[in-house]
Write a protein that binds this ligand. Structure first.
Ligand SMILES: [Zn+2]
Length: 218
């Protein structure tokens, strides 16, 4: 680098410090089959009716094999610590998601339905990488108070060790498009889950420097 260029870089740097990329390079967040795919209200799965190739059973629910292995380790460690974590909802197909979403639209209207369930093709559950968990007792199932239950606490404290994040954290609805869902675990792999923990980055949108996705695009 010549002295002139170095001086220019330095002076530009002083005016506007370069923004460090939040996430390391090399992750595929676009392919539906990627373990790091980012799905939100601005990012529909491609193809919309994507079906994962390797779905395996986990206590009556289904997950991609990598996520299933991680989930089993997660639940086993919880049990060893005296916490009984139960799977509530894992993989949902495009048509299952359509039925769910349509039933909410009929009951509550589209505006409210959009705050409760994803539209088909926009759900993390369709990736086979998301699992809604509960307590074996059923306490606070799919409610914000789940966060204060043994399974909710276990997930919040230890989920990252198994490659899971709380995908819809408290207070991040303007970014993720969803209110707090302490029960919704998303498998992203240990490296990212740990990195987000260390850097205190709460959402995949922020981690990958993506635009906020509070609502569907018109
Ligand atoms: Zn969920």
């Amino acid at each position: 680098m010549t002295g002139a260029v170095a001086g220019l870089v330095l002076s530009l740097g002083m005016i506007a410090p370069p923004v460090m990329a939040a996430a390391p390079e090399g992750y595929d967040i676009n392919s539906a089959s990627s373990l790091q795919v980012v799905v939100n209200k601005h990012r529909q799965l491609n193809p919309a009716a994507y079906v994962p190739a390797s779905l395996v059973r986990v206590q009556g629910e289904r997950l991609r094999s990598q996520a299933a292995d991680a989930y089993k380790q997660f639940a086993k460690a919880a049990k060893a610590a005296g916490v009984n974590v139960m799977p509530i909802s894992g993989y949902r197909s495009y048509s299952e998601q359509a039925s769910l979403y349509d039933s909410y639209v009929r009951q509550y209207g589209q505006a409210t339905a959009d705050t409760i369930a994803a539209r088909p093709g926009y759900s993390e559950h369709q990736t086979g990488l998301a699992m809604d968990i509960g307590n074996a007792s059923g306490t606070c199932a799919l409610q914000a108070c789940f966060a204060n239950t043994p399974a909710g606490q276990w997930a919040a404290v230890h989920g990252w060790e198994y490659g899971f994040i709380i995908r819809y954290p408290a207070g991040a609805g303007a970014t993720t498009g969803y209110t707090y869902e302490p029960w919704h675990l998303r498998y992203v792999g240990r490296a990212i889950a740990e990195d987000m923990q260390i850097k205190k980055i709460a959402t995949l949108e922020d981690y990958f420097s993506l635009e906020a996705a509070p609502d569907y695009l018109p």
